[in-house]
Structures are given as structure tokens and as C-alpha cells.
Design a binder for this molecule. Sequence first.
Ligand code: BGC
Length: 760
Amino acid sequence: MRKEEIKSLVSRMTLEEKAGMCSGADFWYLKSIERLGIPQVMVTDGPHGIRKQSNQADHLGINESEKSVCFPAGCATASSFDRSLLTKLGETVGHECQAMGVSTILGPAMNIKRSPLCGRNFEYYSEDPLVSAELAAAMITGVQSKHVGTSAKHFLANNQEKRRMTNSSEVDERTLREIYLASFEGAVKKAKPWTVMNSYNRINGAFVGDSKEYLTDILRDEWGFDGYVVSDWGAVNDRVQALKAGLDLEMPSSNGINDKLIVDAVQNGKLEETVVDQACERILDVIFRYTENRDETAVFDYEKDHATAAEMEAECAVLLKNDDQILPLRKNSKIAFIGKYVKEPRYQGGGSSHINSWKVESALEAVKDIAGVTFSRGFDDVEDIVDEKLQEEAVKAAQEAEIAVVFAGLPDNFESEGYDRKHMNLPDCQNTLIERIASVQKNVVVVLHNGSPVRMPWKEQVKGILEAYLGGEAVGKAVVDLLFGKANPCGRLAETFPERLEDTPCYLTYGKGKDTALYQEGVFVGYRYYTSRNVKAAYPFGYGLSYTTFAYENLTVDKKEMDDTEILKVSVNVKNTGDRSGKEVVQLYVQAPGDEVVRPIRELRGFDKIMLEPGEEKTVTFELDMRAFAYWNTQIHDWFAEDGIYRILIGRNAEEMLLEETVTVHGTKTVPRIYSMNTCMGELMRDPHAQAVMGPFLQGMQQNTDAQKMADAQENDTSGAINAEMMNAMMEDMPLRQLLSFVPGMKREMLDQLLAALNQ
Ligand code: BGC
């Protein structure tokens, strides 16, 4: 429907109808107005499948929903580093939405993984905003290609579950821009989600839902968002203020209470009616985007989508360790599958994303078609208690086999929406089981089912580790295909696996505040922290092995010097040097000079996933624009690339750089210099304008100043007490006001004039 038609529709609505349109009819439906032909539409959770509740609605995944296909969760799909995979996931889910009559799926969830402890990390993509934004954009594009909406959530700085509804994320402007906003910015600009969901939390004291700065100034005016903003379920603090700020739709229903506040505010002159009109226009626009393109005939094949879920998971799992090429397994070996998750895999997380899966395919089922294995349960994870009998059986099975594959992971209650994890450990009963098995069997492979990093105290005692993450309902099939080499692992970690919780960037503050979360680590989130501080990770960001090998050469840049308004073209050759086909994730990092502000040692600025046959070589190209070099400058409130030499790096992962080039970048934006009496000489001497202004004064200084005396003293000094380096260091930090003492005849008025000239 065209904008004018929507406007005319809204003009025919009463104030009460308009206020009513700005909140849900119930838990999942928006309101309809029959007399005006406004249809009723439904939104439901996802994002890795459809949680359509017909009865007894709730937002915590408690009551059952209709059966649907559970695809790998965000933690897994992000590890694919594969935009086309996310688009395909979006298309598949979008098509299922058409078939199930769902107008908008509530996702993707794309908050940054600030700490491995966040209970909801399993839904989120990455610790890196570029990866998160790119993959979310791909997913959004896929869903919306089926004329179904998405809801990019949870906007903004919602990085913990503890007190998620009241907590204030205390975070500085630059960090917000470079890390937390950036994750949404890329997705909004690239894929234009039909809706954005504001989070429950506050930022620096104010609720996101009440914030015009985030919901309108940045989201709409800067980034061009043109859908509606919907509250997370119940994330409305002050309805009238929120509407003014740009929160269009309140979900779920507030039983008319908040609608009445809107009506009253208009009638009392506290709210412009045009603000209500505008929210309605946005909501109706999105409703009609769906209803006018409704595919009533859509049906989907559960079996086919289940197979798609398996194919996807096989592209997501990350091979962390493969000593002595223990994997792929050989079919005729004597293999023991051990662990509860062999039979009952943990494949999705708890909370609002919880899918009532159509079917679940375990590794035990899937392996039947491939090889004979023995199975023993090993542990029960309902309570973390070592079951002696189960362990003994498992150890015996491991001993009798040639290879033991232990399926370990986090139990449901260890990670979920609604609360954070307290530690990074697997249940003790699993750790002891693995250790006992490793003491009797030298060929041990561990398959992990978890939504976020775990400690692996047995890491050196096993030969293989396959991180399956929460791989969706077909995880068993995918894992078996990977273990036996039917598929070649090609996932890479989209988050760092630290050695210990104490190594994490926000260890000192995460979850510690009562109602506040101090983001003291600033931009040093994830690998930005580990690599800058040289803290070795158990497995770094970007890490993952393959059954084949890849070699890199010939990194080239198309120019060695450029303005920040130009595009730098970078290319690199990648060759499959092994004997089987495989996929590689090519990662480009940039190291900035970092003279002006403290910056991470390197940041991911490009990635691409490519398929290579044995011996095949491909050239991968990247285009870097100003943002690849820039940081957020809080003086000009804008992106700013400082002048200098930047290193362009190709890395196998965030820790391991392989190839390097450099480019000199000239920044074209200027940051106005504001000098004061306390500006130091070093800073002044690096600014050509200041140098020109200061020239005459400095000459005066040189004749008979204390500084000159110091210089003379230095010349005559044979003891080495003062050297040129020390002199410079002293001058570097000497404030302007000190000229009063050092330049004979210098008067306060002269210094004032000098300062005025400097600031011109
Ligand atoms: C969650 C959202 C979800 C909504 C509806 C909230 O508690 O934070 O992610 O979409 O409930 O279930």
C-alpha cells in the first residue's frame, strides 16, 4: 500500500483506535480494525525456527507451541561465517512463516557477546560487530525475501540476563558506536529489517525504550530505518515518552491501560496527535507489506527442512583439535559413543526461542546408516552427580574400543534466557568422565553441545574436539557426517574460547553491579582484548580446523597511499593444499596507528568463505572504505580516520597473522583543535598551524630560557644526567602556561593572545 493510502487510512481512525493500534491485541497478535479493512497479523518468536503458540501464550518458552523445525541456534550459524547460509536459513524460515501464517519473526537476536557468561549467548552471533551485523543482515534478507518481517533484537546494549529488565549498561559513547551500535548499524543499513525490537534495559540511566537518541536520531535519522520499533515483551517504561522517542508498538497488550495514557496525553496537549499518527502509519505499512504479499498456498515439507537443518549444522560445527588426524573416523574401527547426548542431544537453548521440534535426530540414530558403534550413557545431567555405575560402564566401553567419542555439553539449566551463567565449567560429572576415559584410552574425541564457551581441563588429554554448539534438531546427523568425513568441518569460532573465566575482558565487572553494568573494558571486547593484551586463548576468535589444509600468498593492495574517502582494494590468493575439498574462512584484519586514541591491536574488517577443490586456488578480494580505518571520535561525534600507516593483515584467526601489507591513509575530516593553557608543548609542536603561530615565541624562548639553560647544561654535561631524549620528554609534557616562567618578559596578556591565535 502506498504511503498516501496509509495516511488516508490513519486519518479515518479515531484517536482511540490509533492509540489502540500502538499496542498488541494479545500476546502475539496486533489489532485489526474491520471497518477500515485493517487485517489482524501475528508475530512469533524464533529466530532459529518458529515458536507459534496457539494457546496459553508466554514469552519464556514455557508452554508448548506448534511443531516446527528447529534449526541451529545463532551461536552455531555464526560459526559458519557464511552469509549465504544465513540467507538460506532466512528464506527457509520465511517460507515456513508464510505457511504458518506468521507475519514477522522476532529475530535475529544480535547482541554482542560481551562475556561468555551471558545466559543468552547461544542465541547471539558474535563478540565482533562486523560478523554479527553481516550475518544478521543475511538472515534478514532471506526472511524478508519471502515477504515476512524480521525484528532485529534486542536494541541496545542488552548483554546480560541479570536484571535485564532494569539494569543500566554504563557504557561510553565510543564503545557504543564501535561495538554495540555497530552490530545493529550494519544490519539495519544493509538489510532494512521491517521492525527493530528495543531491549528492556537502560543505558547510562535511561531506558532504551524512552530514548529518542537511540530509537529516532540514530536508528531512523542516521541509519535510515523505515519500519516500526516494537518493545520487547513488556519493555515499556513510560508509554507517552516512549512513543515520542520512537517506540511505535508496545507488545504484548497492556490491556488498554497504556493506550488510555496516550489518548489522555493527546487530549491534555502533552502529546502531539501527529506522533500517534506517525506510529500508526509505520505499523500499518509493515502489516500491509505482509498481507499484500501473502502466500496462502505456501506449504512446507518438514522432512526437507529437517535435512536442510542437518546440512547447515555440518557447515557450522568447529573442529578445535585433531591430533594425529584422529578424525575422520574410519568406519571399520571399533568405536564407542559415550554420553547422554549421543541419544538425547542438547541442540537448542531455553527461553523464548525454544522450539517444539518436529523431530530430533540423534547421533545414535544417524550413525546406524554409517557404522556400527557401541553406546553407553556415561552420565545423567539433571543433577551434577557422578553416577558410578554409568561411569564404569562407559570406561569399560572405552577400554574395549579403539576410539572413544564422548558427547559432552551444557545441560539445559546451565544456560538459558532469563539468567546468566555463574562459571564456564561443564558439569563435574562430565569432566571426570572424560578424564577417566582418557586415562584408559589414548584415542579420545570430545563432541561438545553448548551455547557458549566452556573450560576444557582435559584438553591436552584428548586427541580430537568438535564444537557442535547448539546445532538444531538434526545435530546428530551433522555430527556423524563430520565425524566420519562425509562432511568436512568448516566452521570458525565467532567468539574467543578463553582458557579461564578470569582471563575475560569484563571479568571484574560482569554481573557484579546491583542495577548497573560497568562496561569498563570499553572497546576491548572479545579478541580485541585478548590480542591487545597478548592473553593466549584456549581457542581464539576465527579459529577452526579442516580435514584439508590451506595456503595463503600474494597479498596485494591496489594503492600504497590514499585519502580516507577512497576505497582500498585488497586481494589474496588462497589454495587448497590438501587432498579433499573444503571451505576456508578468509579473514582480513586492520591494525591502526593508534596514535590519537587507544585502539585494539587489530580488528576484523573483512571476511569471506570460499570452497576449494584439492589443489584449487582462488583470489579473494576485499574492499575497504573509511570505516575500516576509523574510530569514533567523541569530539566531532563522527567516524574519524587518523593520518598514518595502517597494516593490512590476513589472519588464520585473530591470533595468527599470515601476511601483511601497509597503506598510508590521509584523513580528510578535521577535528577542531581546542588549545588551552594546559595544552602541552609536545601536542602543539606536532600541529603545523600551532608551530607557525608559536615560532616567534619559541625563538624568544631559545635565547634565554630555562629550557635553553637546560639545553646548555646538557651540552656541558659529561655525567650523562641530562640527555636530549630526557630534554624532549620534559618539553613534551610541559603545559603552555609554563612559558610564563620560562620565557623572560612573557606576560599573561601575551600568553592570552598567543592562545587566541592558536585557537583561530
Ligand atoms: C524476549 C524476546 C522475545 C519476547 C517474546 C522476551 O522475553 O526477550 O527475545 O522475542 O520475549 O517472547
